[in-house]
Design a binder for this molecule. Structure first.
Ligand code: FAD
Length: 455
C-alpha cells in the first residue's frame, strides 16, 4: 500500500494542497497560461525534508512528478495532470558570503531574489533577464544572461548543489562529491533530482552602463551585420543582443512610433561606469537612432527592464536554435520574419554566447554547444487564447526559415514541448554520459517532466 495524502501531510512542514482546497486553482497555475493541468496534489515544500517526502510519495504511489522552481518553463514542466507537483516557491532564501564572493540560493529562488541580495554587496553572477524567472530551471539548463560573455553561463558559475535524488536521499554534488551528477546538473536540466540549494561564484558588478537603442526595420541588415562584427571581439564586459520588438508606450520613444515594429539593441557594459559611453558608442553608430535609453543603472534594474512586458498569464510558445555564424542567409530570414512580430509581448532575441562561454570545454559540463556564438529564441507571448493559432504559426514559420542556417540543437530552456525529438542533438557527444548519470541517479525516470534524457 502506498502513502496516503493524510500521511504525507503529517510528514511535511509545507502545505499539501489537493483538489478540495480553496487554493488549488492558484497552486496548480504556472507562468504559461496555455498550460491548464490538474495535479492530484501540490506540495509547497519548505525544506529538503519536505522535498524528500514528496518525492517518496510520488515514487511509492507510482504517480507522475513535476518539479517547479520559478514556474517559467514554456512547455509547463512545472505542473502535471493527476500527479504530484513539488512547488519550491516557499524556498526562496538567499545567503551571500561577500568574503568568499559566493551566494547560496534555495531551489525556488528567482533571479530577482538573487540579484537583489548580491547587488547589496556589489556582486553578481550571470542570471536571467526577467526577474521572475527561477534560478532552478534556468541554471540546470545552462543559463544565458547579460554577464555570460564575461563570466560564462550560469551553470559555469555553479560551485555546488544540494540534491534530493529519486531515492529520496539528500546529496551534495560538486567537483569532488557526486562529480558525475554535478557534471550533469550543469546543462542537463531537471532530469537528475530536485536541487534544494545552489551555490554560485560571484564577480564584482554593482552598476552597469546600458539600456536600449531602437532602429528602423530597414536597418535590420546593417544592425545584424554590425552586431556579428562587433560581438566577435568586443571586450567581454560588453554584452549586447538584437531584439525584434514592437515599441511599447515608453516616454523615451516618440509617441508616434508607439506600436511600430522596430529592431532594438539591448546593451550592457559591466566594466567601469566612466568607460560606459565609449564602450557602447559603436552600437549607437550603427544606424540612425529612432529612440534610445542608455545610462548607468543598477545591474538588477536591467534584469527587470522587460518584466512589465511579460506578466504571468500570457500564452507562450517558443522555439530556439544555436547559431555558429550569423550568415547573410540567416540575416535574410530575420529580415523576412522579424518585422512580423505580432504583439508587444513577443520578441526574438539573438544572445551572444562567446567569450567566457567558449573557454569551457564542450565535455566539461553537460552544456555541449561551446562553439556556438549565438543562442536565438523566438519567444511567442500573447494575451488572448483566441490568437493562439496565428501566434504559434509566426513562431513556427520563423523557426523553419532560420533552422537551415542553424545548428541541429537549441538551448533546452528556450524550446517548446514539441521539441523532445531534438534532445539528443542538444547534447551532442554528451548525451551518452547523461544517459549513464540518469541510470545511476534516476533509473526509473521518476523525473521525466522536463526535456527528458531517458535512462
Ligand atoms: C519570461 C522568461 C524569460 C526568460 N529569460 C531567460 C534568460 O534570460 N536566460 C535563460 O537562460 N533562460 C531564460 N528563460 C528560460 C528559462 O531558463 C526556462 O524557462 C527555465 O526552465 C525556467 O526555470 P524555472 O525554474 O522558472 O521554471 P520551472 O517551470 O519551475 O522549471 C523548469 C524545469 O526545471 C526543473 N526545475 C526547476 N527548478 C528545479 C530545481 N530546483 N531542481 C530540479 N529541477 C528543477 C523543472 O522540473 C522543469 O523541468 C526565460 C523564460 C521566460 C518564460
Amino acid at each position: 500500500m502506498g502513502i496516503t495524502v493524510a500521511q504525507l501531510r503529517e510528514q511535511v512542514r509545507g502545505a499539501v494542497i489537493d483538489r478540495d482546497d480553496a487554493g488549488f486553482d492558484q497552486a496548480r497555475r504556472v507562468y504559461n497560461a496555455m498550460i491548464d493541468r490538474r495535479p492530484q496534489v501540490v506540495v509547497q515544500c519548505r525544506n529538503a525534508g519536505d522535498v524528500a517526502a514528496a518525492v517518496g510519495y510520488a515514487r511509492e504511489n507510482g504517480l507522475d512528478l513535476a518539479v517547479r522552481g520559478g514556474g517559467h518553463s514554456v512547455p509547463g514542466f512545472g505542473t502535471c495532470d493527476d500527479g504530484v507537483v513539488i512547488d519550491l516557491a516557499p524556498m526562496r532564501g538567499v545567503r551571500v558570503v561577500p568574503g568568499s564572493r559566493t551566494v547560496r540560493a534555495e531551489g525556488g529562488a528567482t533571479w530577482g531574489d538573487v540579484d537583489a541580495a548580491t547587488h547589496a554587496f556589489g556582486l553578481a553572477t550571470t542570471g536571467g533577464i526577467i526577474s521572475s524567472t527561477g534560478v532552478g530551471g534556468l541554471t540546470l539548463g545552462g543559463g544565458i544572461g547579460h554577464l555570460a560573455r564575461g563570466q560564462g553561463l550560469t551553470c559555469d558559475n555553479l560551485i555546488s548543489a544540494d540534491v534530493v535524488t529519486a531515492g529520496g536521499e539528500l546529496v551534495v554534488a560538486d567537483e569532488h562529491r557526486h562529480a558525475d551528477l554535478f557534471w550533469a546538473l550543469r546543462g542537463g536540466g531537471g532530469n537528475f533530482g530536485v536541487v534544494t540549494s545552489f551555490e554560485f561564484r560571484l564577480t564584482p558588478v554593482r552598476d552597469i552602463y546600458g539600456g536600449l537603442i531602437f532602429f528602423e526595420l530597414d536597418q535590420i541588415p546593417n544592425v545584424l551585420r554590425a552586431y556579428r562584427e562587433i560581438i566577435a571581439d568586443a571586450p567581454e564586459r560588453l554584452s549586447m543582443f538584437p531584439a525584434f520588438q514592437i515599441a511599447p508606450p515608453l516616454p523615451f520613444i516618440p509617441q508616434d512610433r508607439h506600436g511600430d515594429a522596430l529592431i532594438a539593441i539591448v546593451a550592457c557594459w559591466a566594466g567601469p561606469i566612466d568607460a560606459g559611453p565609449d564602450a557602447v558608442r559603436p552600437l549607437r553608430d550603427i544606424a540612425p537612432i529612432v529612440a534610445e535609453h542608455l545610462g548607468p543603472m543598477p545591474y538588477p534594474l536591467l534584469n527587470g527592464t522587460f518584466d512589465v512586458l511579460v506578466p504571468p498569464g500570457l500564452q507562450h510558445y517558443w522555439k530556439a536554435n544555436f547559431v555558429v555564424e550569423l550568415t547573410d542567409e540567416m540575416i535574410a530570414a530575420h529580415v523576412e520574419h522579424g518585422p512580423r512580430v505580432p504583439v508587444v509581448n513577443s520578441t526574438v532575441h539573438i544572445y551572444p554566447i562567446n567569450g567566457a562561454c567558449h573557454r569551457v570545454a564542450p565535455d566539461a559540463t553537460a552544456f555541449a554547444y561551446r562553439d556556438a556564438n549565438f543562442a536565438t529564441v523566438i519567444a511567442g507571448m500573447w494575451p488572448d487564447p483566441a490568437d493562439n493559432a496565428a501566434n504559434i504559426a509566426w513562431v513556427r514559420d520563423y523557426y523553419a526559415a532560420t533552422a537551415p542556417h542553424s545548428e541541429e540543437g537549441g538551448y533546452v530552456n528556450f524550446m517548446a514541448g514539441d521539441d523532445q525529438g531534438r534532445i539528443k542533438a542538444n547534447y551532442r557527444g554528451n548525451y551518452g554520459r547523461l544517459v549513464q548519470v540518469k541510470r545511476a541517479y534516476d533509473p526509473e525516470n521518476l523525473f521525466h517532466l522536463n526535456q527528458n534524457v531517458r535512462p
